[in-house]
Ligand binder design. Structure first.
Ligand code: TYM
Length: 332
């Protein structure tokens, strides 16, 4: 029997999961459970590059796990784990730090972004974060990394580091490819269509666990434009707010831009915005309800992350041993 291809991805539990995380990443994960051998984790080690409140971090990590499951990631078929439970991430992260160049790390957009937002805490971890991300990935020898567009640069650096390492030591790492969805790869803020949806601008960010009436209110207040002639048409340059809403509607309903234009031909934003809101509410409703149910069962969640860490450690350890041997560390 041919071996299944491997998929792996993670999300930082630094805030509540939002529609960008769902459409850019998670939706793609759950659609591919049968086809691939899948590893998904809560990237808690990455979150401390920015100061976190310990109690909130702990709570959000478990909530994120409940939401992963509610989004359709069956723990029987996917390996779901917490990054800090698998110590091989930190170990390979250190090794890969020594194979990642200062210049490469300096070019990372996320570093530039975060260091300008947190000027009082530009720590070493923030800078070397991509080496840890490369370790997260390469430990599991995945074929694909399903992420939103903003993580493409980190995935490319991971490939470069893997190729560099393989060039020195032979074929140690599989060189993976980012797997970026056609619709939903870059969801913009509802109030700031020029920048990506993120928890740092809550008015323009739709959270997975948010109440339907709050979601609707955010969509009704979404920024559009003053076009009255033929308002609902896809033109990201001239009409970024509308293009973003169309993108969301397309990702949630599976409809093409052409079909959406036809659906709202001759109609104004007064009809279009609530329709997008309704589609999102209906898409998120079962996820919210299921996540709330799962979250109340702490023993179940614990059994999931413990089994996940055990399985992940087994795989991660194989790669780490190989790496240690290649670079000349004495075996234990
Ligand atoms: P993070 O936690 O910022 O985001 C998690 C996932 O959500 C996607 N995403 C979006 N997609 C579309 N539109 C948006 N507005 C939007 N905002 C976020 C991201 O692209 C990502 O797929 N470094 C990673 C976490 C990580 C990781 C890994 C990912 C750590 N190790 C290994 C893959 C493999 C991050 O900060 O993503």
């Amino acid at each position: 029997m041919e071996e299944k291809k491997v998929m792996l991805s993670g999300i930082q539990p630094s805030g509540d999961l939002h529609l960008g995380n769902y459409l850019g990443a998670i939706k793609n994960w759950s659609a591919r459970t049968e086809e691939f051998d899948c590893y998904y984790f809560m990237a808690d080690m990455h979150t401390i590059t920015v100061r976190q409140n310990p109690a909130d971090l702990r709570r959000r990590t478990l909530e994120q796990l409940a939401q992963y499951i509610a989004c359709g990631l069956d723990p029987e078929k996917n390996t779901l784990f917490i990054q800090s439970h698998v110590h091989q991430h930190a170990e390979l992260g250190w090794v890969l730090n020594c194979y990642t160049m200062f210049g490469e790390l300096s070019r990372m957009t996320q570093f530039k972004d975060k260091s300008s937002k947190h000027k009082d805490n530009i720590n070493g971890g923030l800078f070397t974060y991509p080496s840890l991300m490369a370790a997260d990935i390469l430990l599991y020898q995945p074929d694909y990394i399903p992420v939103g567009e903003d993580q493409k640069q980190h995935c490319e650096l991971t490939r470069d580091v893997a190729i560099r390492f393989n060039h020195i030591y032979g074929d140690v790492f599989k060189v993976p490819e980012p797997y970026i969805p056609k619709a939903g790869a870059r969801i913009m803020g509802l109030t700031t269509p020029e920048s990506k949806m993120s928890k740092s601008i809550p008015e323009g960010c739709v959270f997975l666990m948010e109440k339907p009436e709050d979601i609707q209110r955010k969509f009704k207040r979404a920024i559009t434009d003053s076009d009255t002639e033929n308002p609902v048409r896809y033109d990201p340059k001239e009409k970024p707010g509308v293009a973003n809403l169309m993108n969301i509607y397309a990702a949630v309903t599976g409809r093409s831009f052409q079909a959406i234009e036809a659906e709202f031909a001759g109609q104004g934003y007064g009809r279009f915005k609530p329709a997008v809101g309704d589609a999102v509410v209906e898409c998120l409703r079962p996820i919210r309800e299921e996540a709330q149910r799962i979250l109340s069962d702490k023993a179940y969640l614990e059994s999931v992350y413990k089994a996940g860490a055990e399985k992940a450690s087994y795989v991660a350890n194989k790669t780490l041993r190989k790496v240690y041997k290649k670079i000349g560390f004495v075996a234990k």
